[in-house]
Ligand binder design. Structure first.
Ligand SMILES: O=C[C@H](O)[C@H](O)COP(=O)(O)O
Ligand SMILES: C=C(OP(=O)(O)O)C(=O)O
Ligand SMILES: [Mn+2]
Length: 462
């Protein structure tokens, strides 16, 4: 990567940071970043990056600070975090209906988890920017034809033709604009009355009426019902519960996109990546001396790192030294994704050592990425029971280590897709093809997501 961009200035036009701080934001360019696109037209790429650098921030740095304080509370056991959305958002999927359904699903899950844990739930979407995908292979072969792998709508198109799979720098701009319109609608929904607790509870009653496992969840739903009636009788101000905070997040994979959207906060002189409130580093790019760790170490957003099954306590402690040397509350989240068959063996030791040396770290469970299988019919899928077993293993490991299970990170959609096996509707291998819509990984559908919430609420109650 040789592309260089101009130093960035605050949105008010003044350079408020030390030149060395600004220069450091480009140090990743010398570190051979993994999983980056290759553009044939480097001039078009430069023009796209230069335009991105002039576009307004998608979030305000102060909002990222608010989220950081909430994540700090979750790390202390005073809140629980729910982070959810598509594996890969798509440009064509950024419709009002689909965005509304995803927001609604996260709100419904949050209501159940709030009750189960008697804790505020911090709501974070894998939304409004989750467009870039790391892949296991650079290519895909179908019927003897090999083309570049699909790397997310920000890089290329999913259609299996040479033209569609070419890496197109114009997509960087389309990703920004799609993120902006998605975030705008999320902000409208969550501040305009769509998040009203009474409405959300009514939706949950509708979910229960149609769920085959009704009997398992009925008692909890009845308790929530009584709690709402009790609040009402006490004169609770339900109008104050019509608005919720909803934060955006995505994997910070394409570093020139993230760099172009990094600005100096005029309040503090610190750099923030204003493409989203929360950014994370994926399992494939968390190399300690790699470009992604270098870049995210230099921005002040709250950040996350995925930890897969080969992670050790030493790996985690070294990542903390680089990414959170001051042990700042809310700054660093580890998102474990070890697999249902490994989490109980691997996680407790990591938790014990990190818990002793760096108790400020927030722990979240991604029960999706360690449980991916290929079904007999050839679909990339996951079993709902494996997903839930990993969540249970996460709670067990924290109990064993005396640390705090702080949240869930889930690939989900609000639509009625058939991508994950099982759940009360018993989706089976031969039904996966009915509505398999994901462009990369299988997501919990609306019903499976709510079942997860009811089951996790049971775990939180314990
Ligand atoms: O979402 C996560 C990864 O991008 C995805 O699991 C990679 O999938 P692949 O192994 O099919 O490339
Ligand atoms: C790529 C992802 O996960 P991981 O880095 O954990 O494989 C993801 O969250 O979509
Ligand atoms: Mn995924």
């Amino acid at each position: 990567m040789t592309l260089s961009t101009e130093p960035h200035f605050s949105t008010t036009g003044h350079q408020t940071a030390e030149p060395s701080v600004v220069a450091g934001l480009d140090a990743w360019r010398e570190l051979n970043p993994l999983q980056q696109p290759t553009y044939l037209d480097s001039e078009a790429h430069k023009r796209a990056i230069s335009e991105l650098s002039t576009l307004p921030p998608l979030i305000f740095a102060g909002e990222a600070d608010v989220l950081k304080a909430k994540l700090a509370a979750a790390a202390r056991g005073e809140a629980f975090v729910l982070q959810g959305g598509d594996c890969a958002e798509s440009f064509s999927g950024a419709t009002a209906d689909k965005i509304r359904n995803r927001v609604r699903t996260v709100l419904q899950m949050s209501a159940v988890l709030t009750y189960g844990g008697s804790l505020p739930v911090v709501k974070v979407g894998r939304m409004a920017g989750q467009f870039a995908k790391p892949r296991s292979s650079d290519t895909e072969t179908r019927d003897g034809v090999t083309l570049p792998a699909f790397r997310g709508d920000i890089v290329n198109d999913h259609e299996f033709t040479p033209e569609s799979r070419a890496h197109d720098p114009q997509r960087l701009l389309r990703a920004y604009h799609t993120a902006a319109s998605t975030l705008n609608l999320i902000r409208a929904f969550t501040s305009g009355g769509f998040a009203d607790l009474r409405l959300v509870h009514e939706w949950n009653r509708g979910f229960l009426a149609n769920n085959a496992n009704y009997h398992r969840y009925e008692a909890l739903a009845a308790e929530i019902d009584r709690a709402i009636k009790f609040m009402d009788a006490c004169g609770a101000d339900f109008d104050a519960l019509r608005t919720v905070e909803f934060f955006s997040s995505h994997e910070a994979l394409l570093l020139d996109y993230e760099r172009a959207l990094t600005r100096i906060d005029s309040r503090t002189g610190n750099p923030y990546d204003v493409s989203a409130h929360f950014l994370w580093i994926g399992e494939r790019t968390r190399d300690l001396d790699g470009a992604h760790v270098d870049f995210l170490a230099r921005v002040r957003n709250p950040i996350g790192v995925k930890l897969g099954p080969t992670s050790t306590a030493d790996d985690a402690l070294s990542l903390i030294d680089k990414l959170d040397p001051e042990h700042e509350p809310g700054r660093l989240t580890f998102v474990t994704r070890m697999g249902a068959d490994k989490i109980r063996d691997v996680l407790p030791d990591v938790l014990r050592r990190v818990g002793e040396e760096a108790p400020q770290v927030l722990w979240m469970c991604d029960p999706m990425h360690g449980n991916t299988i290929t079904s007999k019919s050839g679909y990339k899928t996951r079993r709902f029971d494996d997903v839930m077993s990993e969540v249970a293993g996460f709670f067990e490991a924290h109990k064993e280590a005396g640390t705090i299970p702080g949240g869930l990170h889930v690939e989900l959609t609000g639509d009625d897709v058939t991508e994950v096996l099982g759940g009360a509707a018993h989706i089976e291998d031969d039904g996966l093809g009915d509505r398999y819509e994901s462009l990369v990984d299988p997501r919990l559908n609306h019903e499976q997501s709510l079942e997860m919430a009811f089951q996790v609420a049971e775990l939180l109650k314990k």
